[in-house]
Design a protein. Structure first.
Ligand code: GLU
Length: 389
């Protein structure tokens, strides 16, 4: 889960945005970035790794002391965690900067469409297309909220988008579909955040945006519409949690919060992996149907939480496929002499992304032709569940 922050008001945007991102660090992330608008120009700083890396860049080269800004901590789904893929992303004329939480499922198709018009993309993300599209709209003469509406109407997937327009610097515009976004209502200042922890030290009055809604914040005003520009009334609420409860979404413990997040985490992991007819499509697996049909035993190897996930998988796989499944602790498996042949499928699960064990003794006759190291963690795309704590 990434973190999103937006600010319009009298304070220095860089400070408010970086503080907000720090409050959202507990959500987990792999890179961070910020954009502010000054004198008709965008100023963007972003870095892979911890927020401290971004703060170092800002300490060396501070952004102009302006009062409108957006920030992001990324959890990569499309493209590796590096500086170029970190958010914010900008349009081709560097007029619009945009951050995004979620996945834009039809990004490739939209990108192909505008790449034909000489748009150059600087990242591997699904996000960058949205920055280009919003910019194209404002360049056609509509305001930023209208541009956001028109773009959201074209997008499939789950997303929170937050954008600024260098030529209309007094506002930040955000959109939400199946991804969180709350608005902090201040006095002469307003905030956006993935959750209230981002702004709770500044205000306890908040709005939660509904599905398919767009919010425009200025220093004195908050306007909410749907994706078609129709006004929407959203009821404010008062946050009475303290900061530590806010980080836990009102739950007493992170563990409880994460248990309640499981349905969402599973649904998010499957975004972009369902065919229109509802079948699962796991492109990274590359096992042909014939190969799968030959398999007569499955061994899942994993450690810790992944081991428990493997036990759940055993119940599901045996129930649906009638193929026997063994779940093995990776730390034990590497010292065993397992019975594996050409029709055994070994699935290694790693939550951290590291292999839990190595295939050993490739000279073992029984191991010939075994299918080993088909990691259940698809490469280049992370599960969007909560980080390990
Ligand atoms: N899909 C986007 C990316 O990979 C956003 C990921 C996020 O939610 O942080 O950059």
């Amino acid at each position: 889960m990434c973190g999103i922050v937006g600010y319009v008001g009298p304070r220095r945007a860089q400070d408010v945005v970086i503080d907000g991102l720090r409050r959202l660090e507990y959500r987990g992330y792999d890179s961070a970035g910020i954009a502010v608008v000054d004198d008709g120009r965008l100023h963007v700083a972003k870095r892979a790794g911890k927020l401290a890396n971004l703060e170092k860049v800002l300490a060396d080269t501070p952004l102009p002391a302006t009062t409108v800004g957006i920030g992001h901590t990324r959890w990569a789904t499309h493209g590796p965690p590096n500086d170029a893929n970190a958010h914010p992303h900008v349009g081709g004329s560097r007029r619009v900067a945009l951050v995004h939480n979620g996945i834009i499922e039809n990004f490739a198709e939209l990108r192909d469409r505008i790449e034909a018009d000489d748009h150059v993309f600087l990242s591997d993300t699904d996000t960058e297309i949205a920055a280009h599209l919003v910019e194209l709209q404002v360049e056609s003469g509509v305001d930023l909220p209208t541009a956001m509406q028109r773009v959201c109407q074209q997008l499939d997937g789950a997303f929170t988008l937050v954008a600024v327009d260098a030529e209309d610097p007094g506002q930040v515009v955000a959109a939400r579909r199946s991804s969180p976004l709350v608005v902090g209502l201040g006095d002469g200042e307003n905030f956006l955040g993935s959750d209230v922890a981002a702004f709770i030290e500044h205000t306890r009055e908040a709005l939660e945006l509904g599905q398919d809604q767009i919010v425009t914040i200025t220093a004195d005003d908050v306007t909410v519409t749907d994706f078609w520009g129709r006004p929407v009334e959203v009821k404010p609420f008062h946050v009475d949690w303290d900061l530590s409860a806010a980080e836990k979404d009102g739950h007493d413990w992170f563990m409880r919060k994460e248990i309640f997040e499981q349905p969402r985490a599973v649904a998010d992991s499957l975004i972009g992996r369902r065919t229109p007819s509802g079948l699962l499509q796991l492109d990274e697996m590359r096992l042909a149907d014939e190969e799968l049909r030959d398999i007569d035993k499955i061994i899942i190897i994993a450690c810790g939480t992944s081991f428990y996930a493997g036990m759940v998988a055993k119940y599901a796989i045996e129930h649906w496929t009638r193929t026997p499944v063994e779940v093995e602790l990776a730390s034990e498996f590497r010292y065993r002499d397992p019975i594996i042949d050409a029709t055994t499928l070994v699935v290694a699960i790693s939550q951290s992304g590291r292999p839990p064990t190595r295939c050993r003794r490739s000279a073992t006759p029984a191991a010939n032709g075994r299918r080993c190291s088909r990691s259940a963690t698809p490469t280049g795309r992370r599960s969007r569940g909560s980080p390990t704590r």
